[in-house]
Design a protein around this ligand. Structure first.
Ligand code: ZN
Ligand code: ZN
Length: 199
C-alpha cells in the first residue's frame, strides 16, 4: 500500500515519507521520539562513592595521626640536662599512677609487639618499667619515652587527659617531689609516683 504520507495534525499530504518526516520535525517536534539524553547517573554515582570512600580514608588517617600526636609525649632532647648512660643497661624503676586516689593499672607488654621490643617496656602489670637498652640515648631513658611507647600523654600539665587546669598534678621520686615529669631520667630501683587530684 501507499506510504503513510499524510500529516494527521495538519491534514497535509506529502510526496513521500521523507517529506512527512521533515514536516513533522519542523512543525511537530513533540511527535519525534524523544532523543534520550542519557543522564550518566551511574557514572556520577560511582564518582560520588569513590569520593566518599577516599574522603573517609583521608579523614581516618588524619584522625589517627592527630590522635597519636595528641597522646604522645614529644621529648625535646635539648631539654635533657644529663648524659646518656654508656653501655647496655637493664634497670627496673617502678611507676605508680594515682588519679583521685585510685591506682591506675599499667598494662603488661607495653612496648612489646611480635616484631619490636622497645628499649623501655613492661612484662607484668606490676608497674615495673624494664629499661633494657643496649644503646641508651638521652631520649630513651626518660619517663616521657615510656609514655610515648605506651601512646599516652605525660607532661608537667597533663597525665592522660587529666590536666592541671582542672586539678593538681604532682610527681615524686623516692618520696621527694620532682618537677621533671616527661624529662625525668629514671634510675634503677626508682619509686616514681604520679598523682592527679581533681579540683
Ligand atoms: Zn624485658
Ligand atoms: Zn627487666
Amino acid at each position: 500500500m501507499a506510504e503513510k504520507t499524510r500529516c494527521e495534525i495538519c491534514d497535509r499530504t506529502f510526496g513521500n515519507a521523507d517529506g512527512l518526516t521533515a514536516h513533522n520535525k519542523a512543525k511537530h517536534p513533540e511527535l519525534a521520539p524523544k532523543e534520550k539524553k542519557s543522564f550518566p547517573i551511574k557514572k556520577i554515582m560511582n564518582w560520588a562513592i569513590f569520593i566518599v570512600v577516599v574522603g573517609l580514608i583521608v579523614w581516618g588517617i588524619i584522625g589517627l595521626v592527630n590522635k597519636n600526636a595528641a597522646n604522645k609525649t614529644i621529648i625535646d632532647e635539648s631539654n635533657l640536662n644529663f648524659e646518656a648512660p654508656i653501655g647496655a643497661i637493664h634497670w627496673h624503676p617502678h611507676l605508680t599512677i594515682k588519679i583521685d586516689g585510685e591506682i591506675i593499672p599499667i598494662p603488661a607488654d607495653i612496648g612489646i609487639t611480635s616484631t619490636t621490643h622497645f628499649p623501655i617496656h613492661t612484662h607484668e602489670t606490676d608497674g615495673i618499667i624494664h629499661m633494657e637498652n643496649n644503646n641508651p640515648t638521652k631520649k630513651t631513658v626518660v619517663l616521657g619515652y615510656f609514655f610515648e611507647v605506651w601512646g599516652k600523654k605525660l607532661s608537667k600539665d597533663c597525665i592522660f587527659d587529666y590536666c592541671a587546669d582542672k586539678g593538681t598534678l604532682k610527681m615524686s621520686v623516692n618520696g621527694k617531689e620532682n618537677f621533671d615529669f616527661e624529662n625525668y631520667f629514671m634510675q634503677d630501683g626508682d619509686e616514681i609516683l604520679i598523682e592527679y587530684t581533681s579540683n
